[in-house]
Design a protein around this ligand. Structure first.
Ligand code: SF4
Ligand code: SF4
Length: 148
């Protein structure tokens, strides 16, 4: 039997699962337009329609202090998060590609985004998806690839 070693680190594995879960909703609901996507993925809608997407929904808790109609779960996995960063020597796991001052490295070595609201608003989601769509029209780019 052929054995293929899975070289992905735990952060990459989490993001891969998150993307699968998220993109399957987009497909199932036939969401296309960035505003349509941001509206569907608003916390207020998701906690009613997609109860299993986030454990916070059932507890009526939010990850950030943003109005529940404006808090958007589409980029829960931030497109600026460096999931590939996994440095066992330095004990640095994850990083922010845009060096946001709102994130920090916690005591366990993980890049912690709990104080950063950047990717969690509908406004950000719409703007970022529009940029991706524009880029995709010029050349083939995955939906959540980095826009620079
Ligand atoms: S953005 Fe917050 S509320 Fe939404 S899925 Fe992520 S952790 Fe849950
Ligand atoms: S600090 Fe903010 S912008 Fe940077 S990866 Fe975390 S959530 Fe994204």
């Amino acid at each position: 039997m052929e054995y293929i070693e899975d070289k992905k680190n735990p952060l990459e594995k989490w993001f891969e699962e998150f993307e699968k879960k998220r993109d399957s909703i987009v497909k199932r609901m036939g969401l296309k337009d960035p505003k349509e996507i941001a509206d569907y993925f608003s916390y207020s809608n998701m906690k009613e329609q997609e109860k299993d997407f986030c454990p916070l929904y059932k507890k009526s808790e939010k990850c950030h202090n943003i109005d529940e109609n404006e808090l958007c779960c589409f980029f829960c996995g931030c497109p600026f998060y460096d999931f590939a960063k996994w440095d066992e020597k330095k004990k640095h796991y994850g990083a922010c590609k845009i060096f946001s001052k709102h994130g920090f490295r916690n005591n366990y070595g993980y890049w912690d985004c709990s104080n950063c609201e950047t990717p969690h608003t509908k406004k950000f989601t719409i703007t970022y998806l529009k940029k991706l769509n524009k880029k995709k029209n010029n050349r083939s780019t995955p939906l959540t690839g980095k826009v620079s």
